[in-house]
Design a protein around this ligand. Structure first.
Ligand code: PEP
Length: 261
């Protein structure tokens, strides 16, 4: 699949929220508004239990579906796990890898992130790889160091054509679910670093075409100013994606910002 950052890319991570009927209702409301939102790439990321019903609510829709996690093996005796082919079967085009909550509570590391990226690409599931620094790391001036390590170790052994299929989400941990947002300037500095690093390691085209999302308390009120930054191509939205009105507003603001860049 060829990816492009010509449109803003807005993904809603529902985390461990929404029953199946609630998920279907939310996605139905989004789908009703989708004809006004064609200038954005929209992805919803429901819990596993709702994936199939969400898919069946969106026949022919431009809204795409992602999953929040998976295991890198294809099948077998891995109780409680879900594989990439299973996610494809349930209608997913994307999968989130290495979200900070998975790193914090479920022991994900750069090494497991790397294995998952390889497995997702092998099954044509596009990875949304999350990276970001903690509050302490930010305070100690270690943000760029942390980001560089996460990228280097997460991308270990991957080739240029694989790198160009990866969406990167910069999510400062201190901004996730806290109401604190990186200022557009703070976010842009990190995004620019990521893009330059990709260009340096994998060529200018890989750098300039990369889709780099910002995540961390994105809301209707800050979507425009974040997306106006040159190197911010979209948003990974948690809390504000659980409500159709605020998610639609974020997408509209992103479209407006993108047109004015
Ligand atoms: C997230 O879940 O990736 C996230 C950024 O959450 P929130 O928007 O609620 O901070």
């Amino acid at each position: 699949m060829i990816m492009s950052n010509k449109k803003p890319f807005i993904a809603g991570n529902w985390k461990m929220s929404k029953t199946i009927p609630e998920a279907v209702e939310l996605v139905r409301e989004l789908n009703e508004a989708s004809s006004e939102l064609t200038e954005a790439e929209i992805v919803v990321i429901p819990p596993f239990t709702a994936l199939n019903d969400v898919k069946n609510t969106l026949p022919g829709s431009s809204i795409q579906i992602g999953a929040q996690n998976f295991f890198w093996e294809e099948k077998g005796a891995y109780t409680g796990e879900i594989s990439a082919p299973m996610l494809k079967d349930a209608g997913c085009a994307y999968v989130v890898i290495g979200h900070s909550e998975r790193r914090q509570y479920f022991g994900e590391t750069n090494e497991t992130v790397n294995k998952k990226i390889k497995a997702s690409l092998a099954h044509e599931l596009l990875p949304i790889m999350c990276i970001g620094e903690s509050f302490e790391e930010k305070e100690k001036g270690k943000t760029i160091n942390k980001i560089e390590t996460q990228i280097t170790e997460g991308f270990e052994g991957l080739e240029k054509k694989e790198i160009s299929q990866i969406i990167i989400a910069y999510e400062p941990i201190w901004a996730i679910g806290t109401g604190l947002t990186a200022t557009p300037n703070q976010a842009e500095d990190v995004h620019r670093f990521i893009r330059n690093k990709l260009a340096e390691n994998y060529g200018n085209e890989t750098g300039s075409c990369a889709i780099i999302l910002y995540g961390g308390s994105v809301k209707p009120a800050n979507s425009y100013s974040l997306l106006k930054e040159e190197d911010i191509n979209g948003a990974l939205v948690g809390g504000a994606s659980l409500n159709s009105e605020s998610f639609i507003e974020i997408i509209k603001e992103a479209i407006k910002a993108y047109k004015e860049k």
